[in-house]
Design a protein around this ligand. Sequence first.
Ligand SMILES: Nc1ncnc2c1ncn2[C@@H]1O[C@H](COP(=O)(O)OP(=O)(O)OP(=O)(O)O)[C@@H](O)[C@H]1O
Ligand SMILES: [Mg+2]
Length: 324
Amino acid sequence: MNVIEVRGLRKVYKDKVAVNGISFDVAEGEIFGFLGPNGAGKSTSINMLAIILPPTGGDATVNGFSIIRDRDSVRKSIGLVFQDPSLDDRLTASENLRFHAKLYGVSKDLFVGRMREVLDLVDLWDRKDDLVRTFSGGMRRRLEIARGLLHYPRILFLDEPTIGLDPQTRAHLWEYVLRLKREKKMTIFMTTHYMDEAESCDRIAIIDHGDIVSLDTPEALKKGVGGDIVTLRSERSSDLKIELERRYGLKVDDSDGSLRIEVENGETFLPKLFAELEIKITSVELHKPTLDDVFLSITGRNIRAETASEKDRAQEHMRRRGHH
Ligand SMILES: Nc1ncnc2c1ncn2[C@@H]1O[C@H](COP(=O)(O)OP(=O)(O)OP(=O)(O)O)[C@@H](O)[C@H]1O
Ligand SMILES: [Mg+2]
């Protein structure tokens, strides 16, 4: 069953096309990722699906409700964690949650039990009476996720949930996300520009300049780029080249002094090659396709080069959070 269906969704700001008529479906219980460089249109897309921004064109259904005609029903059925921090840091954790509960019509009777449940999930129950001002970046992010879950949404939208966090906190947050999928059967729609994060999604849409340029499982996307690249060096390079071509029927690229071949599975090919070959090999390198390669092969550009450095982004993020 699809819990999100998007058809020709489009957003134009003045004369800037931010999202260029995208269409895709998300199945129930999926972790679906939007991967793309800065300015690709990720936040704009998520904000349209989460009723923060009205689309310029197209439509989508979320939990069966149209984002154009049933805005209130969509809003009540989803949880949202924004890219930019949105907690009130002059209030305590529980006060922030209480405010959200009022907004979403969670009754007083239900509130305390739910608060315990969502704060336990992100390990913040014992900090519930502390001011958010005293929380670290990772703790704030966890509290934002807890808040997004308070009204029991069927879908959780996370816009760059781990931006600006250290690797350990990022890994920790991922545990929570995977737990939500496993224990609550929740559908998770997230945006990211981290390749390793995208790897953990069930499916990924690669978005570039407002268009979805590819959509599949991480494995299928990587397979689409080609096989594993094996780079070999030998003192008898030309003999080796002939052998690889004749015996193994491989196409050999010897343009930079080493021999590069593409094989389906490097881990099994290499031991077999070493066992059979009579030519001595002096060095070997195995490169398996990554999502970087996928982005590069589709767009001709490197996602990293276009994305501000981690340090700049983290600093910008902390500035916006009000740290100096
Ligand atoms: N309020 C706005 N007014 C005008 N242009 C905007 C506005 N918000 C976004 N844009 C533009 O729309 C495009 C898509 O922006 P969006 O924020 O959706 O990108 P993103 O993929 O989320 O990027 P990032 O990785 O930096 O968060 C960008 O070119 C951006 O400059
Ligand atoms: Mg964004």
